[in-house]
Design a protein around this ligand. Structure first.
Ligand code: GSH
Length: 206
């Protein structure tokens, strides 16, 4: 059976759990990372030398890097339900996966850590306000794209929606001031109607 290592409150782990839930896969999840430790155990380091979560093992095949895992699981679905069919549509969807990791994950982390994970006295206000500005500016780019299509993957939900969808739950549920981005908000509302999103992503922010 597919094994997934990672604590459920990690946005990178959520990507993998959400994808597995969308595909209806049977899997075993093993707590790792954060307070659970495990990631520095030699046995875990042998699987993922980065000492980070998520990591999967599928019939002896080991894979880390959340976006790579999402692609691997989605490609393994016989009907490829989450993978856009044309080469160009697939590349366009995957672009949002890479953009989320390379461009918005850092500023989002600055907001999330200062609002959710740090105590008020440890909060770094400059980091928080810089993160909020960057996230607002970057999410406006996604908002503009979503004005013309229902999902980041095109007309249908797919892999391109998963990474940003995980951050969107945090963005729309932290006590912060958000710029008005109506297309992004409508997309997020559509995600909240998905049972798999509710199970894997919509859990208390910690
Ligand atoms: N690029 C990696 C990043 C993985 C990553 O940074 N994971 C964090 C959790 S979101 C982690 O393992 N932190 C250490 C820990 O939880 O102990 C991926 O997408 O899988």
């Amino acid at each position: 059976m597919l094994k997934i290592w990672g604590r459920t409150n990690s946005s990178n782990v959520k990507k993998v759990l959400w994808c597995a839930e969308e595909l209806g896969l049977d899997y075993e999840r093993i707590d790792a990372g954060g307070a659970f430790g495990v990631v520095n155990d030699p046995a875990y380091r042998a699987l993922n030398p980065n000492g980070l979560v998520p990591c999967i093992e599928d019939d002896g095949f080991v894979l880390w890097e959340s976006n790579a895992v999402v692609r691997y699981l989605a490609e393994g679905d016989p009907e490829r339900r989450l993978v856009p069919s044309s080469r160009q549509d697939k590349a366009s969807a995957e672009r949002w996966m890479d953009w989320t990791t390379s461009t918005i994950a850092g500023p989002f982390r600055d907001v999330f850590w200062n609002v959710v994970r740090r105590t008020a006295q440890d909060r770094v206000e400059t980091e928080l306000s810089r993160g909020l500005d960057s996230c607002g500016r970057l999410l406006a780019i996604a908002d503009k794209a979503l004005a013309g299509q229902a999902y980041l993957s095109g007309e249908k939900f797919g892999i391109g929606d998963i990474p940003l969808g995980c951050l969107a739950y945090g963005w729309f549920n932290m006590p912060i001031e958000r710029p008005d981005l109506p297309h992004l908000a409508a997309w997020y509302e559509r995600l909240t109607e998905r049972p798999a999103y509710r199970r894997a992503v919509m859990i208390p922010l910690t």
